[in-house]
Design a protein around this ligand. Structure first.
Ligand SMILES: NC(=O)c1ccc[n+]([C@@H]2O[C@H](COP(=O)([O-])OP(=O)(O)OC[C@H]3O[C@@H](n4cnc5c(N)ncnc54)[C@H](O)[C@@H]3O)[C@@H](O)[C@H]2O)c1
Length: 338
C-alpha cells in the first residue's frame, strides 16, 4: 500500500504509520509538527523504517497539491487537524482554516490529480451536538440511557455545536458530498475517545491519558495540588484503543467498495464504555492511590453520553474493536509512566 497520512506524526497517525511500515507499506507522512510530541513521534517512526516525511501545512493548498501530485498515493488517511473543542473556542479562525480549508485542500487535490485514491477522514462525535434528546438515567457513577442498548448510530440527526463541532462537521459533510458529487472514494469516521501509546495527552484533549498521568503523578507526590474534572464526571464515552482505530482505517481501505461515501461511528462500543468518575475509581484501585480533584463547570456542549454503535462498521467493513478497556488502560499507564 502506498499511503499518505496527513497528521502522520500525531497520535493516531504515527500508530497507523508504524503499522503500515512494519508490514512493508510505503508511507508518506505530511505534518506541520504543530502538536507537542509530533517531532518525537516522527523520530520514532524514522527509527522503524523508511518513512517519507513532508513538512507541510494542510492550510496551504500548494503544499497539499504538490504532495498528492508527486506521491500519487493509493490511500490518504486525512488525520491532520485542530483537535480540541477548548482551543477552537480560543481561535475559531485557526480551527476553521485547519479543519475545513485543510480538508477542502485535500479533496480538491485528489479530485484533480488522484481521483481514484481512497480518502479516509477522522471526524468526530461532536457532529451530533449535545444529544440532549437522549433519555438518560443518572446512576451513581454514570449517565445511562434507558433504551439505547447498543449506543448511538449514524441515523442520529447531525447538529454542529462549538467551532470544533462546526469545522469537523463541515469537513465530514464535504467528504460525503465529494463521493456523491464527484465520485471520489471518501469515507468518514466519527470518533469520540481514542487512547493509548504515543498520545501526548493534554488538559484539552486525550482525557484517558491525561487522567492516567494525573494518577501516576499522585502516586509519586501524595497530596499534590488537585487536578480538575469538568462537570460532574458522570459523562460516558466508549474507549477506542489506538490499535483498533488503526485496524478500522486499514479495513476502510480494504473494504472501500462498500465503505465509500459512508460515515461510520467508530468507537470501543458499549462494553468498553466508561465515565470519567469510573476511570478515576479504576485508577485509584489499580495504583493504590487516593486522587485529589475538584470539579469545574461543564465544558461547552459536553455530551452526557456518547457510545458508538459499531454495527454499520461491522456490516460494511467487517471491523470490530478487540482491545478491552482494562487492557487499553494498562497500555496507557505504561505509556504515561515513560
Ligand atoms: N484522539 C481522539 O480521541 C480523537 C477523537 C475524535 C477525532 N479525532 C480526530 O482524529 C485525528 C487525529 O487525532 P490525533 O489524536 O492523532 O491528534 P494529534 O494532534 O495527535 O495529531 C494531529 C497531527 O496533525 C498535525 N497538524 C496539526 N495542524 C496541522 C496543519 N495545519 N497541517 C499539517 N499538520 C497539522 C499535528 O502536528 C499532529 O501531528 C484528528 O483529526 C482528530 O480531530 C481524534
Amino acid at each position: 500500500m502506498n499511503a499518505l497520512i496527513t497528521g502522520g506524526a500525531g497520535f493516531v497517525g504515527s500508530n497507523l504509520a508504524a503499522y503500515l511500515l512494519e508490514r512493508g507499506g510505503g508511507v508518506t507522512v505530511f505534518d506541520s509538527l504543530a502538536r507537542h510530541g509530533a517531532a518525537e513521534n516522527l523520530a520514532w517512526l524514522r527509527s522503524l523504517g523508511a518513512v517519507e516525511f513532508i513538512h507541510g501545512d494542510v492550510r496551504n493548498a500548494f503544499d497539499v497539491e504538490q504532495t498528492i501530485k508527486n506521491v500519487l498515493p493509493e490511500v490518504i488517511f486525512h488525520l491532520a487537524g485542530q483537535v480540541a473543542m477548548t482551543t477552537s473556542m480560543q481561535s475559531p479562525r485557526r480551527d476553521f482554516e485547519t479543519n475545513v480549508l485543510g480538508s477542502i485542500n485535500v479533496l480538491e487535490a485528489v479530485r484533480q490529480y488522484a481521483p481514484k485514491t481512497a480518502v479516509i477522514y477522522a471526524s468526530s462525535n461532536k457532529v451530533y451536538g449535545n444529544l440532549d434528546h437522549l433519555d438518560l438515567v443518572e446512576a451513581e457513577t454514570r449517565y445511562q440511557p434507558r433504551t439505547l442498548h447498543k449506543g448511538v448510530d449514524e441515523g442520529t440527526a447531525i447538529e454542529f455545536h462549538t467551532p470544533y463541532g462546526c469545522s469537523k462537521g463541515a469537513a465530514d459533510q464535504y467528504m460525503l458530498d465529494y463521493a456523491r458529487g464527484f465520485g471520489l472514494n471518501t469515507v468518514v469516521f466519527r470518533h469520540s475517545t481514542i487512547y493509548g501509546g504515543r498520545q501526548f495527552a493534554t488538559y484539552d484533549q486525550g482525557w484517558v491519558g491525561w487522567f492516567c498521568r494525573q494518577a501516576i503523578e499522585s502516586v509519586k507526590e501524595p497530596g499534590r495540588t488537585a487536578f480538575t474534572v469538568s462537570g460532574d464526571g458522570k459523562q460516558v464515552r466508549d474507549l477506542l484503543h489506538v490499535s483498533d482505530a488503526v485496524s478500522a482505517y486499514v479495513s476502510a481501505y480494504e473494504q472501500i467498495a462498500s465503505a465509500r461515501g459512508e460515515a461510520f461511528n467508530i468507537g470501543g462500543g458499549i462494553e468498553n464504555s466508561m465515565s470519567l468518575l469510573e476511570l478515576l475509581l479504576f485508577l485509584e484501585k489499580r495504583l493504590g492511590v487516593t486522587l485529589n480533584y475538584t470539579h469545574l463547570p461543564w465544558r461547552q456542549s459536553d455530551q452526557k453520553f456518547f457510545v458508538a454503535d459499531n454495527g454499520k462498521a461491522e456490516r460494511l467493513m467487517k471491523w470490530v474493536p478487540k482491545t478491552t478497556k482494562e487492557q487499553g488502560i494498562e497500555d496507557t499507564i505504561a505509556w504515561e509512566s515513560r
